[in-house]
Write a protein that binds this ligand. Structure first.
Ligand code: MRU
Length: 359
């Protein structure tokens, strides 16, 4: 993996529709990722050249956010096809087998966001159903499908923005958690897509971003995106939201999702459940914004969603400085599940769903 620090205006390639932020991009040589671990201190791009580098970039959260890792996984499989076509051009069976193995590694990189498995499965269908003799042609088909996943994700985010903006009252103060913005998608964002669309109609809205310990996606990434676009944003620490709601300073909460079960239970960044409980207690509407690629109809309820557990050092350190004595034990689930009955509505590209959720 090679990296380069560039200024924002030096961003490689064309900028995405409607958003100056591009987290993932495919070139003829590699996949370019905006290094989300370096933000907001520096805008830094890494060039990912192999499947194992892509797996590592997903696991270390250089690229993160459910739809963005779906796109990254799809482009990882494009890298796989480009690599294997050089040596297996005369052996379609071996070529398909190599792609299937790489697909498995990519899909396993992070377990909770279903978008990753969904995107890889979509490409595997293209691979398995391909009947022609040409490895080169199959590589082109895989690339076209991966690009379609990218384009469709931006379109879904824009539609989510349109549907969601209709729910945002004049001058609303919107609380969001983690980062469900352009950085977490192919562009524009889900929860922040709603914010973007609402702000385009009403410049008096405001955003509260909570820090989102332990990885600080709210503090580092959501505020960065909002500042890029001139959308007023106030940073609060994770333990302040209930008090803000009690004071009547929050009109609605909008968050993203990593996986939505058939009954409307939502897995999202750890701390989402706490926010939903606080919102219910204070009669603050609580919305989830997500594309249909985040809905996992195969799971009846949120209890079945696999929850990623990450290294405890994410909790025990801040900027690599220990914040607790040695000998402490850690428990670091990266996501929690918010039960459907705490959710006012789920905003998808098809519209707003309310309980009882039937997608
Ligand atoms: O661990 P992360 O940063 O990948 O978690 C991201 C989230 O929880 C987002 O809210 C979710 O993926 C939705 S992104 C549109």
């Amino acid at each position: 993996m090679t990296s380069s620090a560039v200024t924002f205006s030096d961003s490689p390639g064309s900028l995405p529709v409607g958003s100056a932020v591009q987290a993932v991009r495919l070139t003829d040589e590699a996949v370019i990722l905006l290094d989300q671990t370096a933000l907001p201190q520096s805008v830094h791009y890494v060039s990912v050249d192999t499947v194992s580098e892509m797996v590592s970039a997903i696991q270390t959260m250089i690229v993160r956010g459910a739809p963005a890792i779906g796109v990254a996984g799809a482009y990882g499989l494009v890298l796989s096809a480009r690599y294997h076509q050089k040596t297996l051009q005369d052996d379609m069976t071996a070529f398909k087998g190599a792609l299937a193995r790489d697909a498995h590694h990519l899909a396993m990189a992070r377990p909770t966001a279903v978008n990753l498995q969904w995107a890889v499965d979509r490409l595997l269908k293209v691979i398995q159903s391909f009947e022609g003799p040409s490895v080169l042609e199959l590589t082109q088909r895989v690339t076209a499908e991966a690009n379609a996943i990218f384009e469709e994700d931006v379109a879904m985010c824009r539609a989510i923005g349109r549907h969601g903006a209709a729910l945002v009252p004049q001058g609303a103060r919107i609380l969001t958690h983690c980062n469900a913005g352009a950085l977490a998608t192919a562009g524009y964002g889900t929860a922040l897509g709603v914010v973007r669309a609402a702000f385009a109609k009403d410049a008096s809205i405001q955003v509260y971003a909570d820090e989102t310990r332990p990885r600080l996606q709210g503090a580092r990434l959501t505020t960065w995106e909002m500042v890029q676009e001139g959308i007023p944003v106030t940073l609060i620490s994770d333990n302040m939201s209930a008090w803000l709601m009690k004071q009547g300073r929050v009109d609605l909460v909008i968050v993203g999702a990593d996986r939505i079960a058939a009954n409307g239970d939502v897995a999202n960044k750890i701390g989402t459940y706490l926010l939903a409980l606080a919102a219910k207690a204070h009669q603050v509407p609580f919305y989830v914004a997500a594309p249909s690629s985040t809905i996992d109809a195969s799971l009846a309820s949120g209890e079945l969603i696999p929850i990623e557990e990450r290294d405890g050092q994410e909790i025990g350190t801040i900027h690599e400085q220990a914040i607790c004595p040695e000998g402490v034990q850690f428990y670091n689930p990266a996501f929690d599940v918010t039960p459907a009955d705490l959710i006012t509505g789920i905003i998808t590209e098809h519209g707003v769903f309310e309980a009882p959720f039937q997608f």
